[in-house]
Design a protein around this ligand. Structure first.
Ligand code: AMP
Length: 193
């Protein structure tokens, strides 16, 4: 299986669909948000830098996240493909990922873009705040994360388009319908090698 990049705004379901894809195809999953939350939990230097930025809805600097990515990638079992969730979030990160994979003779694979309207995203994030207690799921931080997404992350869509990797899935009102579309696509890609 090729690698997959799950792409979308905060609250678009990147973590949810990554877990489903991981389960169905036996792939491994790298969520840079989870990696950073674990660093915060362990109180590392990176965690300390990340905590303040995450709570403001800002991105962690490219060089810090790029530095740890290759190590995490190399720890994954090879051959089944990796789902990148929340990475890349900027064009320099995408260029770094492309280079890191090329150095290993690996392909970037497919970019799966999740498109959800902003009102639904906001409702989801606020209800996740009540359930999971993430410090960055409050209204002010969510707005900042949307701004960061539009300014720094959205330009990547064209980058993926140029790479011929972009596959878009629009929210159709239920997780099951979304999954049907995504699985259908990935099954076809797998059958075609
Ligand atoms: P997520 O769990 O993907 O929503 O990420 C939570 C937060 O972690 C983001 O709002 C950023 O502050 C930070 N973060 C996660 N991934 C990245 C990344 N690739 N580049 C920079 N910051 C990131």
């Amino acid at each position: 299986m090729k690698n997959i990049i799950i792409f979308g705004a905060p609250g678009s379901g990147k973590g949810t669909y990554s877990a489903e894809i991981k389960e169905r195809y036996g792939m491994s999953h790298i969520s840079t948000g989870e990696v950073l939350r674990a660093e915060i939990g362990r109180g590392t230097e990176l965690g300390k830098t990340a905590a303040a930025l995450i709570d403001k809805g800002q991105l962690v600097p490219d060089e810090l996240i790029i530095k740890i990515l290759a190590d995490i990638y190399d720890q994954q079992p090879m051959g089944r493909g990796v789902i990148f969730d929340g990475f890349p979030r900027t064009i320099p990160q995408a260029e770094a990922l492309k280079e890191m994979l090329a150095e290993r003779g690996h392909d970037m694979g497919y970019m799966i873009e999740l498109v959800v309207d902003e009102q639904t995203l906001m409702q989801r994030l606020l209800s996740r705040a009540a359930k999971e207690g993430r410090t960055d799921d409050n209204e002010d931080t969510i707005k900042a994360r949307f701004d960061v997404y539009h300014q720094q992350t959205e330009p990547l869509i064209k980058w993926f388009e140029k790479e011929g990797m972009r596959h878009t899935f629009h929210w159709e009102g239920s997780k099951e319908k979304m999954l049907e579309g995504i699985f259908d696509f990935l099954d076809r890609m797998r059958d075609n090698g």
